[in-house]
Write a protein of this length. Structure first.
Lengths: 117, 115
């Protein structure tokens, strides 16, 4: 079990630039989640995938945000035309949901810290 | 909608003394509750979870939490703090929505452990 891997660990970008983050979940996990954590707050749900299908998006996910999981394995989160308010830690998590276990714990990666200057 | 309130933003204890991190939840039905820990520059790690089985839940690293429905509380305790316990702790409630469990995090409690 190599755990959930996120890249890069840190990203500094200028306002208006586009950024893309990658998440590699635990290999057998069918669900993948993205959360955002701002300083002094708990993580907030952004979106989740069941295999390759994106099934839920939070209202926090503006039109500038897009997430994909093209083959049901790794996922990318892209932010277009970044704003200073996008500065946060972006966390990815995965879980294995089955018909017998619908409340599996989430396994989180170490996150990507985005700083928009 | 479900929510959690962590009653202390910061808790400071001496090494070897008990730890109490307080959490109250709001839920319209029997909730699933979790405690996660986050060390600096690390991901969130599950400490323990309550899913309507035993009300006293034991987790990793000597932590435990007790579900009290009458008080809508799920406080985290440890008999004796260790320096390595210094971290941010999150109380979490799981909300079933559209076929998946959305985690709703509290604002966190930062635990400091002094020698």
């Amino acid at each position: 079990d190599t755990g959930v891997s996120q890249n890069p660990r840190h990203k500094i970008t200028k306002r208006g630039q586009n950024v893309t983050f990658r998440c590699d979940p635990i290999s057998e996990h069918n669900r993948l989640y993205w959360y955002r954590q701002t300083l002094g707050q708990g993580p907030e749900f952004l979106t989740y995938f069941q295999n390759e299908a994106q099934l839920e998006k939070s209202r926090l996910l503006s039109d500038r945000f897009s997430a994909e999981r093209p083959k049901g394995s790794f996922s990318t989160l892209e932010i277009q035309r970044t704003e200073q308010g996008d500065s946060a830690m972006y966390l990815c998590a995965s879980s294995l949901e089955t018909s017998l276990n619908t409340n599996s714990p989430l396994h989180f990666g170490n996150g990507t810290r985005l700083t928009v200057t | 909608a479900q929510s959690v309130t962590q009653l202390d933003s910061h808790v400071s204890v001496s090494e070897g003394t008990p730890v109490l991190l307080r959490c109250n939840y709001s839920s319209s039905y029997s909730p699933s509750l979790f405690w996660y820990v986050q060390h600096p520059n690390k991901g969130l790690q599950l400490l323990l979870k309550y899913t309507s089985a035993a009300t006293l839940v034991k987790g990793i690293n000597g932590f435990e939490a007790e579900f009290k429905k009458s008080e809508t509380s799920f406080h985290l305790t440890k008999p004796s703090a260790h320096m390595s316990d210094a971290a941010e702790y999150f109380c979490v409630v799981s909300e079933r929505s559209g076929g998946y469990n959305k985690l709703i995090f509290g604002a966190g409690t930062r635990l400091a452990v002094h020698p």
